[in-house]
Design a protein around this ligand. Sequence first.
Ligand SMILES: Nc1ncnc2c1ncn2[C@@H]1O[C@H](COP(=O)(O)OP(=O)(O)O)[C@@H](O)[C@H]1O
Ligand SMILES: [Mg+2]
Length: 349
Amino acid sequence: MSEPDGIYEPQVGADEPELDRQLRPQRLSEFVGQEPVKDQLAILLEAARMRRESVEHLLLCGPPGLGKTTLANIVAAEMGVNLRVTSGPALEHQGALASLLTSLGERDILFIDEVHRLQRAVEESLYPAMEEFAFDFVSGKGAGAQTLRLALQRFTVVGATTREGMLSAPLRDRFGATFRLDFYTPEQLLAIVSRSARLLQVAADPEALALIAARSRGTPRIANRLLRRVRDFALVRGGGAVTSRATEAALELLEVDSLGLQDSDRRLLRLICTSFGGGPVGLGTLGAALSEEPHTLEEVVEPYLLQLGLLQRTPRGRMATAGAYRHLGMAPPPHLVAPPPEPPLFPGD
Ligand SMILES: Nc1ncnc2c1ncn2[C@@H]1O[C@H](COP(=O)(O)OP(=O)(O)O)[C@@H](O)[C@H]1O
Ligand SMILES: [Mg+2]
């Protein structure tokens, strides 16, 4: 995104930033929160280990920064197998998929990030690979064309997507289990940034860490980035100590507000409230007005605003809620404000 501080960048694929790698939990026991996901995954992995089989194909869904790549790495570590990383857009043709698949050993994990963005032909050759552990080549052209079938090792696809709804039904059907990641609570984020502070050897007050946790849009990646930004700020402006005062000042400088919203969040809400009377307004219109890709708005910006109840998705477009107006310091229009309850007809009723 256009954000200069990079707090928002979705960060997908193999070129993950150093910070993410450094702070990534290695084991399921270190992975904070997402209890239902962890419980189910633990059983699934244990069962596969007991049967000495490959894990079923797994689909991980959720907004950026919630731990999809981390979980894929954890699955490989817990199973003691190799992980190969690719992404939907990186697999440009069937040949690229074939060479990856044939390089996999027994029970290895193939992590496909942004799996909703696979090319049609690549996706179709993934079906027999996932179902029958076979890759079908077509050699020659026209009447003389022949299909050759190549046997693959039994492997596991772990797919990740920010857009579950964009997955085709046949692809979705080939995953044995789907896990949906939710935004984290401030308590869980506090546990995550406390661990990160320890690993990065940042001396930070507990109140400062709690403040970072509360302003991180429910997202571990943002919490870790804010921690690093606050550490820099404290070093340059505050003598090095990460105190709650230094944190407040750094958050103000970064324009992170009391709800943890950033400039791009507020720009979207302000546009709907001021230029479109609160909506409904189509996503494409909003994208054009903000010079932002509609899918970035949908996958990166909107989910947290929906979660906070500041935004609504309706069949006719996006709508701001009364809470959005209030958060921006504006009076909500009358139609968004519920009328006060009728006084009782007979006092004492
Ligand atoms: N549950 C978690 N516990 C601790 N740290 C986490 C957790 N989830 C994510 N993180 C941290 O956030 C960073 C981003 O997570 P990542 O798995 O790359 O997200 P995604 O792939 O969903 O965009 C990781 O490097 C890790 O440091
Ligand atoms: Mg990722």
